[in-house]
Design a binder for this molecule. Structure first.
Ligand code: PLP
Length: 442
């Protein structure tokens, strides 16, 4: 058994940490986790207001999921994807039944990035076309293909990247110079722009349009009503595969099992990960429409992973899907999500630094500005030389409210088991910190 000091020393000495300069790291050393909380070795209790990386939807330490993994480990831990296994078969069935009726089969992956890698491969194999559209404000993973799909600066180290990846702008209404009269007008504008771009790229060459149904880490950008329907029509018009990346927005996060259900559309492919196992083990996948899946009856599905549908992860996935129902998670997200929306609107009305709040279910972002009138972002895009956002996240951390920021936005996405009382307690801390921001920067 190591002490907290030894764990930290070994971590700093022997591991490379994601998305950071390695010098100056000072990680919390976690001792135990439970529900929406985790503790360090000094007994400090932290509230997980981002569900870690927006993946621990069912909270920490759910006994059903732990028991399912243990039970599967006692039977067998691994078997090749080519050999049929009970947890893989059962999870695929459960997922297909959760999805709209046009879905038929699941291709399992390890996580979100390779779900997207395989989604674009499936779309390219199916259509025989090469180009793939995705948005600038997006994150789809950091492997090569998913990193090329990604539009935000995380993709820069991969550049010049692969040919045939085309970027378009998100329907980011708050940052648009045009003031639209309605959501539908905004949607029509963005879809028309996208249509023009597809035409200029030669629609016969476009295999897929890939979108996070609700852009997640890049600021919870919620599509205006009519947008997803418009993209669906565009895909139908030109025979393009519509891919919804539900890695972050899926599995009850937005008050629906999948975020696209909020707009009643049916994509052709859905990539998923995170909430399917809530981080208890890692798993991802691509849900494939019956039409596209049947194409591969007579054509080689040239996709493969050693751990496609790992039995331990699929057992965890089965337990998670059951737990969403057993613990009435959708009902909780709808109920507590409504309270979150009200609190966010109050914060926006009260604080000079809050330019916009965006929320759906328990998926939300607070966009910070210098002035509500000019909408000048609190920190310029891609730059924060004074470490202002780091300071804000630090103030929250001092109050044991744990989350992360992106550009000038703070993400609030707690585990979906959070109660109204817990949410109010935590958001009071956010209120305090926003007052500090008002006083210092506005
Ligand atoms: N897609 C979205 C929308 C994500 O938010 C993420 C990760 O945050 C990914 C894909 C990549 O998933 P992973 O980190 O599991 O590879």
């Amino acid at each position: 058994m190591c002490t907290a000091k030894e764990i930290k020393e070994k971590t700093l000495k022997y591991t490379l940490t994601t998305w950071s300069k390695q010098a100056g790291r000072d990680p919390i050393v976690v001792k135990k986790t439970d529900g929406i909380y985790y503790w360090d070795y000094d007994g400090n209790r932290y509230t997980d207001m981002s569900s870690q990386l927006v993946n621990v939807n069912l909270g920490h330490g759910n006994p059903d999921i732990v028991a399912a993994i243990k039970a599967q480990a006692d039977k067998y831990c691994f078997i090749s994807p080519a050999i049929a296994s009970e947890p893989r078969a059962l999870l695929a069935e459960k997922l297909v039944k959760l999805l709209p009726e046009n879905f038929g089969k699941i291709f399992f992956t390890n996580a979100g990035a390779d779900a997207n890698e395989n989604a674009i491969k499936i779309a390219r194999l199916y259509t025989g076309r090469k180009k793939v559209f995705s948005r600038y404000r997006s994150y789809h993973g950091s492997s090569f293909g998913a990193g090329n799909l990604t539009g935000e600066p995380c993709r820069y180290p991969l550049e010049p990247g692969s040919p045939c990846f085309v970027k378009f702008f998100d329907p980011y209404v708050y940052r648009e110079k045009i003031r639209f009269a309605s959501e539908r007008e905004a949607a029509a504008f963005y879809v028309a722009k996208l249509r023009e771009q597809v035409i200029y790229e030669n629609p016969d060459e476009v295999a897929a349009i890939v979108m996070e149904t609700i852009t997640g880490s890049n600021g919870v950008i919620i599509p205006p009503d009519g947008y997803l329907e418009g993209v669906r029509k565009l895909c139908d018009e030109f025979g393009i595969v519509m891919v919804c990346d539900e890695v972050m927005a899926g599995f009850c996060r937005t008050g629906k099992m999948f975020a696209f259900e909020n707009w009643g559309i049916q994509p052709d492919l859905v990539s998923f990960a995170k909430g399917v196992t809530c981080g208890y083990t890692q798993l991802g996948g691509v849900a494939v429409s019956t039409k596209i899946a049947s194409y591969f009856d007579d054509h080689l599905l040239s996709c493969g992973l050693t751990y496609s549908g790992h039995p331990l992860s699929c057992a965890a996935g089965c337990a998670c899907v059951d737990a969403y129902e057993k613990y009435h998670i959708l009902e909780n997200v709808q109920k507590v999500g409504k309270v979150l929306g009200e609190i966010l609107e109050e914060l926006k009305a009260k604080h000079a630094c809050v330019g916009d709040v965006r929320y759906k279910g328990l998926f939300s972002a607070i966009e910070l500005v210098r002035s509500k009138e000019t909408r000048e972002p609190l920190v310029p895009y891609g730059k924060d030389p004074e470490g202002i956002m780091k300071g804000i996240i630090g103030e929250l951390k001092k109050r044991f409210f744990m989350t992360y920021s992106h550009e000038n936005m703070v993400i609030v996405a707690p585990p979906l088991i959070i109660t109204e009382a817990q949410l109010r307690e935590e958001m009071a801390k956010m209120d305090e910190v926003l007052s500090l921001v008002d006083a210092k920067y506005c």
